[in-house]
Design a protein around this ligand. Sequence first.
Ligand code: SF4
Ligand code: SF4
Length: 446
Amino acid sequence: MTEGSLDAPVRHPLAWDDPDFTDPDKIDAELRRVFDICHGCRRCFNLCDSFPRLFDLIDESESGELDSVESKDFKPVVDACTLCDLCFMTKCPYVPPHEFDLDFPHLMLRYRYAEFKKQGAAFADRQLTETDRNGRLAGMMPGLANWANREGNSLTRPLLEKTLDVHHEAALPKFHGRTFKARAAAAPPQVNREAPAFGRKAVLYATCFANYNNPSIGTATQAVLARNGVETRVEYPRCCGMPHLEQGDIERVAEHAREVSRALVPLVDEGYHIVALVPSCALMLKFEWPLILPEDENIKKLSAATRDVTEYVVEIAKNEGLADGLKPLDGKVALHLACHARAQNMGAKAAEMLRLIPDAKLDVIERCSGHGGSWGVKKEFFDIALKVGKPVARQAKKAEPTYLSSECPLAGMHIVQGMERLGDGPAPVQESRHPIELFAMAYGLA
Ligand code: SF4
Ligand code: SF4
């Protein structure tokens, strides 16, 4: 038996349609097998709140071993997992092909799926995961929605906390009346026919976040790619389903995957790359969907054609070369590498991309922000999310950046909030930008 595998980690397809997958005894046996290995290893003690909860359970049990921990006490360990994938991607020596065959996040997902099958999702979770419906509704009255969501609104935030379990102090994303898709249709950018990469074609998969909450990620991407000769079109059949995955609703994710891939694959056949604007969504298209629907040919084709936006720009830089015109930014960037970008196993592409800017000054932060999608805004987890993200907030503040940047827009907001709460003076910046927005600034396109 070896201490860790020398081969690259692989992930098994999720056997969610096999009755064993939701069998409570089989899940319990697998939890005990994996938790016992973790108990002997403990490398992940400081990655998130799941592992400290597990190790405390074991250490405070009668025998100090897993055998005296009751299975009902495993639920808080599962609940604290944000599915960030960091333990699997960055720490664990026992992931497949190692014989221990350990995939901690996917075991947490299996537990949640079994729970979801048994009792469905809570009312609040059902509302929070409907990102397309929420985006459309809030987009009809963005002023009102943003007023109601504003931290410190003593009228609406306690109500939101009561009805939707959203912590009254958690920063929430803003909504826009004009989606990214609508903006792109109204003002398509002029493609630079002199650029070395002219001839490339990319579909920008808008993602719910860029479409409804932060269209400037999309417009910045379009502008950068047009400057580089890339013809783009914006498509948004539906959300990638990541919020449903977090709830363990794998069937719903499969439904989204089938619909989105059916819409995008004809464009792949026409020679388009698919560029996802948010790393969690890129992770879904590239890796999670093929594990959920391993036999689906559309999904396989879409996965192979998908690029994270930073990955796509670096690919152009390496293959054809970038268009001229990048100028230094007026200051230093604290760059947080999002967990779901790291989980794509593509290298630190956001850092690579920003280093293409002349004289780039970067302070790279490689820890989890603690946000974890809708998990980190919930009443039950908001304080834990801040605690998990404290080292990131501290590093970001210490860097005294001119710009804070994260590929994950929710992580960015959470880091700003974390910096504000460190208790050693105000945060140096009030907002986070996606690295592609900084790249657009360096081109003078912001
Ligand atoms: S996936 Fe992330 S949150 Fe879940 S156990 Fe691993 S490190 Fe912790
Ligand atoms: S997930 Fe892997 S690295 Fe982390 S504690 Fe468990 S066995 Fe150790």
